[in-house]
Design a protein around this ligand. Structure first.
Ligand code: AMP
Ligand code: ZN
Length: 137
């Protein structure tokens, strides 16, 4: 996609601090890291978000994220790692080329909010689970 900055970075047109590259992905250091070492994994083929991600690329993504997470932990000595992937502005997406965040975490760093713990009325969870299941394609 011509005007997509992550297409240009993923395909090497714009330079980046590259951690890993193969035919399908480039993993780079985020330019504004939550902590130093924060990685984002970019597919080389443009897709706006998860909804339209090619299944073959999707199948390769998690094994790569796992490898990168282990390397990040070994390199930084971080205490934990979050994997985040934002879809649409309501979920915090700001660059509309799918990317997966690998964020090193440290005990007590408090950099990410913990969501409130909601609850379901009797039967509500089962009904909603069935409703979601009915939408699977
Ligand atoms: P999101 O909010 O999930 O869309 O995340 C976008 C991420 O891309 C942010 O963490 C930005 O810091 C990062 N980012 C934006 N532009 C660049 C760039 N040129 N190089 C590296 N990371 C970038
Ligand atoms: Zn793109």
């Amino acid at each position: 996609m011509d005007n997509c900055i992550f297409c240009k970075i993923a395909n090497g047109i714009i330079p980046s601090a590259t951690v890993y590259e193969d035919d399908d992905f480039r993993a780079i250091l985020d330019i504004a890291p939550a902590h130093k070492g924060h990685i984002i994994v970019l597919p080389k083929s443009h897709t706006d978000n998860l909804y339209s991600l090619d299944d073959e690329v999707a199948a390769k993504a998690l094994p790569l994220v796992k490898r990168l997470a282990k390397a990040l932990k070994a390199a930084t000595g971080c205490d934990g790692i979050n994997i985040l992937q934002n879809n649409e502005p309501a979920a915090g997406q700001t660059v509309f080329h799918l990317h997966i965040h690998i964020v090193p975490r440290y005990e007590g760093d408090g950099i990410l909010p913990v969501w409130p713990q909601g609850s379901y009325a009797d039967g509500e969870a089962a009904a909603l689970a069935a409703e979601i299941a009915s939408k699977l394609d």
